[in-house]
Design a protein around this ligand. Structure first.
Ligand code: SDX
Length: 442
């Protein structure tokens, strides 16, 4: 809480060093605002008033460019240094040595599992990969060419009607049950949406396969009795899911936290995250990158495209980031994982265009001055395309990985005593106290 203070002549104020002394020049009054963890509390500004009837000051921060919405121990990012850590573990080590389900356990539970814990976690997720048959018929109701991200958005939300007890979010066992279901069923819903777009029968989960291998099975199994995933593709997918698992308070995670703050069930909150991720500036960027590369067509067209970006006629999709002002560490890892995939699938014809774009952009002052570097979405689409996925499935792949992060953040928000329903204020710019005008006099 801020306190109004009387400063001595030299402006020095008693009290703790971790404070901000603010003078309101409208009144000459001085206030001392506590600084905690590099922040001042927005609510402390309210004590700065011109008179007792004044509502007090608010902060104004469109798009929350400089606002911390919560305290979180899940993901640490240093945007200037290009550092990403899940629960303190560097993403490079997790991508190299861990698996997606182990990372999901880490994000949700806060520590790496022992072998028995990981075995039980894996078992529980494996036996919950099926969805109710009515979910399947619900999905078959979509248009034949429905965007799979729209199908995922609708079917994740629909899951809340299949588990009506999921709104008992104060029960930790209930929260764990929904956590397991969401991580387990997201690949199933994603694969059903993919098969729907191809006009192919949906493929049920195979509990003999690991998480990513089973996803490939549900995506690509045809008439063979038992689908055998290629271990190189399976590993590449697992790494991609690890890299997409969480990213602190990004747009979709903020949507999950905001919707979840109303104490709705987690399926409805995660569906809000899917909706936010769908956007081309967020998870839809990997789809936009592929469409951009295809539109550029050849490396000869790259210089002209770059000029279009600098003229403001184009946006270099897959470049730039609100937090990273250095190379996104995930982009670097994906770029090397792509080489493993291309060994199996053959190199993507668009790779040369992407590397030429990156080469020019990293040398051009327009991008350097704006600290625009490749982000997670710049190369991921090349892998998905090489694996035979349509571009519309790219954000769906992002959503599969991000589900464990969304649910970890939701759990942290539900358990945070400082949190309550999210309800920002506004600066009102409209008319006031207008008299109604009958329609014949307008
Ligand atoms: C993800 O938040 C997260 O953590 C997200 C994510 C996660 O894991 O959850 O990391 C995943 O969403 C990655 C970002 C994917 N999106 C894209 O690749 C779309 C292209 N990039 C952008 O549109 C943009 O860079 C954002 C949206 C990512 C960030 O936008 P900001 O922080 O609001 O920055 P800005 O739009 O204000 O840009 C600052 C300047 C502007 O130039 P000026 O107006 O100052 O002249 O940089 C320019 C922008 O025009 N700029 C770009 C650009 N990105 C920013 N110019 C050309 N191409 C770009 N890609």
């Amino acid at each position: 809480m801020s306190t109004e203070t009387q400063t001595s002549g030299d402006g020095a104020v008693g009290g703790a060093a971790e404070t901000l002394t603010v003078t309101d020049n409208r009144t000459g009054r001085t206030y001392e605002l506590p600084i905690t963890d590099g922040t001042v509390r927005g609510i402390d500004l309210r004590s700065i008033k011109i008179d007792d009837d004044d509502f007090g000051l608010m902060s104004y921060d469109p798009a929350f460019m400089n606002t911390a919405s919560c305290r979180s121990a899940i993901t640490f990012i240093d945007g200037d240094k290009g550092i990403l850590e899940y629960r303190g573990y560097p993403i490079e080590q997790l991508a190299e040595q861990s698996t997606y389900l182990e990372v999901a356990y880490l994000l949700v539970n806060g520590e790496l599992p022992t072998q028995p814990q990981l075995d039980e976690w894996t078992h529980q997720i494996t036996i919950h990969t099926f969805v109710h048959e009515n979910v399947k018929s619900f999905m078959q109701g979509f248009r034949h060419d429905a965007h799979p991200m729209g199908m995922l958005l609708g079917s994740v939300g629909a899951l809340s009607t299949f588990y009506p007890d999921a709104n008992e979010i104060s029960d930790p066992d209930n929260r764990l049950a929904q956590t397991i279901r969401l991580i387990a069923k997201m690949p199933t819903l994603a694969a059903f949406a993919f098969r729907h777009g191809n006009g192919q029968p949906y493929v049920y989960p195979d509990n003999d396969l690991a998480y990513s291998g089973n996803f490939l099975n549900m995506m690509y199994k045809m008439t063979e009795l038992k689908y055998q995933p290629d271990p190189r593709l399976e590993r590449a997918l697992d790494i991609l899911f690890i890299l997409h698992a969480d990213h602190e308070q990004n747009c979709s995670t903020s949507a999950v936290r905001g919707v979840g703050s109303s104490r709705v069930d987690p399926y409805s909150a995660i569906a809000a995250g899917v909706g936010a991720l769908y956007g081309p500036l967020h998870g839809g960027a990997n789809e936009a990158v592929l469409r951009m590369l295809r539109r550029i067509g050849t490396t000869d067209n790259v210089p002209g495209f770059i000029e279009g970006v600098k003229a403001g006629d184009e946006r270099l999709m897959g470049f730039g980031h609100r937090v990273y002002k250095n190379y996104d560490p995930r982009a670097r890892i994906i770029k090397s994982a792509a080489d493993d995939v291309f060994e199996v699938t053959g190199k993507s014809a668009l790779l040369d265009i992407a590397t030429e774009l990156e080469k020019i952009a990293l040398e051009d002052d327009y991008f350097v001055s704006r600290k625009l570097y490749p982000n997670v979405d710049f190369y991921s689409g090349l892998i998905y395309e090489a694996m035979g996925l349509p571009v519309s499935m790219f954000p769906v792949m992002f959503a599969i990985g991000r589900t464990s992060g969304w649910i970890a953040q939701w759990l942290e928000m539900v358990g945070d005593k400082e949190q309550k329903i999210a309800r920002p204020r506004q600066i009102y710019t409209g008319g006031r106290e207008l008299d109604y005008v009958p329609i014949d006099r307008r």
